[in-house]
Design a protein around this ligand. Structure first.
Ligand SMILES: Cc1cc2nc3c(=O)[nH]c(=O)nc-3n(C[C@H](O)[C@H](O)[C@H](O)COP(=O)(O)OP(=O)(O)OC[C@H]3O[C@@H](n4cnc5c(N)ncnc54)[C@H](O)[C@@H]3O)c2cc1C
Length: 430
């Protein structure tokens, strides 16, 4: 079977990024940041705006990895509900952590407004449509916990979900009005422009190949240059490689794959997500979907581990589209693309201090548009002198996952297991 031609909708439709090149000199800066995605560029922007000069290095181009490839769903919060976070971290840090994650989507839309980033930012909410009555009951608990904390989170009836999504597949759901969507590549390119405008430097095709301590500072070497700085921020998430091996072993990466239809007819656009919310359903292997500015339906779900997926591998996505929207049978698919998601053992993002002056933020478990942007600000606040105890986010030691070498096998087995759970639930639902 021939390989599917991979092209991302976002790279076909985003405004061009700034003209950038590789680092070819030895430079000094206050902070050097490895990774030009949301984490690295948000950290750079917040540091630069506070008067610290930064240099950002990326092995690829800005947004060539997850920050330019994702679903663009701006989702407040993390996987755990607020009461669970408070139980995990206690009433003091737990409550401040809830405040931090609750505001994550606000930060995205504030940054967009403040820096005039043109990225089709749409803030009409994030819907979780329920695939079963059990899932619906769990959503009701979630909604109630957030409402107790003053968040605009409401339950939706079967009919309301049907009207908002255009799908009759779900038995009800939740809407979190803090959420929304962005054109993800346009957002990350806009962040890069904002960093440059604030006076920072961004170098592409400049992989950090060595990190060495030198006379009380840190030096990062690239193939043709180097940056010496008091502070290093590692912002490489699922694409973390061998620069700091222990960090790579704190995450397991799993593939996520998306497809986009051709622009829908005006009639279908009135029916399907007419208010343009983001949606992620409650299957264990969830499907996330939205529309873009031209009215295409964009859907993602678990991906294939194959580097060059064939049609069989992406038929899973087509089936998901047609299961949710039978009315889209026969509408051609125009774009196919995927990327890697970083999963942590506790399903929380992590902020680490690996050594004095070396920080890292990663592990967004598929919810990095809002959380990575927030993590960048947290990293900047820490570099600017905020005590770890006042950050509103736990600073944790690096704890590599045991038997990490086998984690790829574990990720495959976990995906099979979750698929089996969803299969049983589908059978029970008839
Ligand atoms: C297909 C897909 C769909 C997703 N959908 C959503 C969604 O809808 N909503 C949501 O909230 N989240 C989503 N996510 C997750 C989200 O995209 C990520 O959590 C987020 O982009 C992480 O940002 P980052 O800056 O930490 O990492 P990245 O954007 O991956 O950036 C890391 C950068 O580090 C660079 N790098 C790595 N090693 C080096 C080195 N040695 N030297 C220099 N540079 C290096 C890489 O080139 C890369 O550019 C999705 C992810 C994927 C893959």
């Amino acid at each position: 079977m021939p390989a599917v031609q991979l092209q991302s909708l976002w790279s076909a439709t985003a405004p061009a990024g700034p003209a950038l090149g590789a680092l070819a000199t030895a430079r000094r800066a206050h902070a050097v940041i490895v990774g030009a995605g949301y984490t690295g560029l948000s950290a750079a922007l917040h540091l630069q705006l506070a008067g610290r000069d930064v240099v950002v290095l990326d092995a690829a181009d800005v947004g060539e990895r997850a920050s330019g490839l994702n679903g663009g769903q701006v989702i407040p919060g993390v996987k755990h509900d607020p009461d669970t976070l408070e139980a995990m971290f206690g009433p003091d840090l737990g409550a401040r952590l809830v405040t931090t994650v609750a505001a994550a989507a606000d930060l995205v839309f504030e940054v967009i407004a403040r820096h005039g980033i043109e990225c089709d930012g749409t803030r009409t909410g994030w819907i979780q449509p329920a695939t079963s009555e059990t899932a619906l009951a769990q959503l009701a608990v979630r909604a109630q916990q957030w409402r107790r904390r003053g968040a605009a989170v409401e339950m939706l009836s079967r009919e309301e979900v049907g009207n908002l999504t255009g799908s009759q597949r779900y038995c009800g759901g939740l809407i979190d009005r803090r959420g929304g969507t962005v054109q993800p590549l346009a957002f990350v390119r806009g962040l890069a422009r904002a960093v440059l405008k604030a006076g920072g430097a961004v170098y592409t095709h400049s992989p950090a190949i060595r990190l060495v301590q030198e006379a009380g500072d840190w030096r990062i070497d690239t193939p043709q240059g180097s940056v010496t700085a008091a502070t290093v921020i590692l912002a490489t998430n699922a694409y973390t490689a061998r620069l700091v091996g222990a960090l790579r072993r704190t995450i397991v990466r799993v593939p996520s794959f998306q497809v986009a239809t051709q622009p829908l007819t005006p009639q279908l656009r009135k029916d399907i997500l007419p208010q343009r919310q983001a949606a992620s359903d409650t299957w264990h292997l969830l499907r996330y979907f939205r529309t873009d500015a031209s009215g295409r339906l964009v859907l993602g779900s678990r991906g294939t581990f194959a580097a060059a997926p064939d049609l069989r591998a992406v038929r899973h996505q087509y089936r998901a589209v047609h299961e949710i929207y039978p009315q889209l049978q026969g509408i051609p698919f125009e774009y196919h693309w995927g990327g890697w998601v970083a999963i942590t053992r506790d399903h929380l993002p992590h902020l680490h201090e690996l050594a004095p002056g070396v920080l890292a933020g990663l592990g967004y478990n598929g919810r990095g548009v809002a959380m990575a942007t927030t993590m960048g600000r947290l990293l900047a606040q820490r570099v600017l002198g905020a005590p770890a105890s006042e950050l509103g986010f736990p600073v944790t030691p690096v704890r590599p996952i045991r038997l990490h070498a086998f984690s790829g096998l574990g990720a495959r087995a976990t995906i099979q297991y979750l698929r089996m759970l969803d299969g049983w639930a589908r059978t029970r639902a008839g």
